[in-house]
Design a protein around this ligand. Structure first.
Ligand SMILES: NC(=O)c1ccc[n+]([C@@H]2O[C@H](COP(=O)([O-])OP(=O)(O)OC[C@H]3O[C@@H](n4cnc5c(N)ncnc54)[C@H](O)[C@@H]3O)[C@@H](O)[C@H]2O)c1
Length: 247
């Protein structure tokens, strides 16, 4: 599964799961574009990767903006010559306000949809002109997609649909598109959003009985990006300790 020398754009890589993805891919030899709206955190991650001997550049991006996504793709192409992998991990999650659908401000809801749902489309449209045969895209979904809790859930359900539509459209170009649907994964954002007691209850009902880690997800990401997954596209892969089983 050699990904060495490949160029990977990872959105939302300034912290949490995206940081784990960026550092993990850099460790196995990818040239990594750490793409995040948060310049301080994104810059920190890129610097840490370089200090550890890896190759990384920080590029600030707002995944909901075509202009910003286009500028990022051009910058990565200019620096590294091509884009081989795109990981659409950014979302409003740690900083998300959870409100009832009946009363949430519509402007705010539109922003959540633009980032969590359409951000992957905007980023894919920006990057694909610089990608070729053998390239791969992985979108970050969630088991929340099937739980219908709130608007976060339906943006992730739409991410699954978007993944399949893009897999159809980009298959003929030799570009595969899959998604990872993580269960509860131990990040600062999860701890901030989900009360400890509720988390304990969730974990108690999961067959594998523990929270996931960014490293659990990284292993699935490396597989989906690699040629070992060369005949897999349009897959929504649960990586969730058995939290959500679909028969
Ligand atoms: N942690 C979990 O339990 C869990 C479970 C399932 C899915 N997920 C998904 O995994 C991803 C990462 O989760 P996390 O726990 O690391 O969350 P997080 O909130 O820590 O990370 C999200 C990152 O996205 C960035 N971001 C937000 N809006 C952006 C924008 N418009 N443009 C660019 N970057 C933007 C943030 O700055 C942040 O660095 C998210 O897509 C989340 O929905 C997380």
């Amino acid at each position: 599964m050699s990904l060495s020398g490949k160029v990977a754009v990872i959105t939302g890589a300034g912290q949490g799961i995206g940081e784990g993805y960026a550092k993990g891919l850099a460790r196995i030899g990818c040239k990594v574009a750490v793409a995040d709206i948060n310049a301080e955190q994104g810059g920190r991650v890129a610097t840490e990767i370089r200090k550890a001997g890896g190759e990384a550049v920080f590029v600030q991006v707002d995944v909901s903006s075509e202009e910003s996504a286009g500028a990022l793709a051009q910058q990565v192409k200019d620096k590294y010559g091509a884009i081989h992998y795109l990981v659409n991990n950014a979302a409003m999650f740690g900083n998300l306000d959870f409100n009832p659908l009946m009363s949430v401000d519509l402007g705010y809801l539109n922003k959540v949809v633009a980032v969590n749902m359409l951000g992957s489309v905007v980023m894919t449209r920006a990057c694909v002109p610089h990608m070729g045969q053998g390239a791969a895209i992985v979108n970050q979904s969630s088991t929340a997609a099937w739980m219908n809790y709130d608007y976060y859930s339906f943006t992730k359900l739409a991410t699954n649909g978007i993944t399949c539509v893009l897999a159809r459209e980009l298959g003929p170009k030799g570009i595969r598109v899959n998604a990872i649907a993580p269960g509860p994964t131990d990040t600062q954002a999860l701890r901030a959003k989900v009360p400890e007691e509720y988390l304990k209850g969730m974990v108690a009902q999961m067959p594998l009985g523990r929270l996931g880690t960014p490293d659990d997800l990284l292993k699935a990401l490396v597989f989906l990006l690699s040629e070992d997954a060369g005949w897999i596209t349009g897959l929504i892969m649960n990586v969730d300790g058995g939290q959500w089983m679909r028969a």
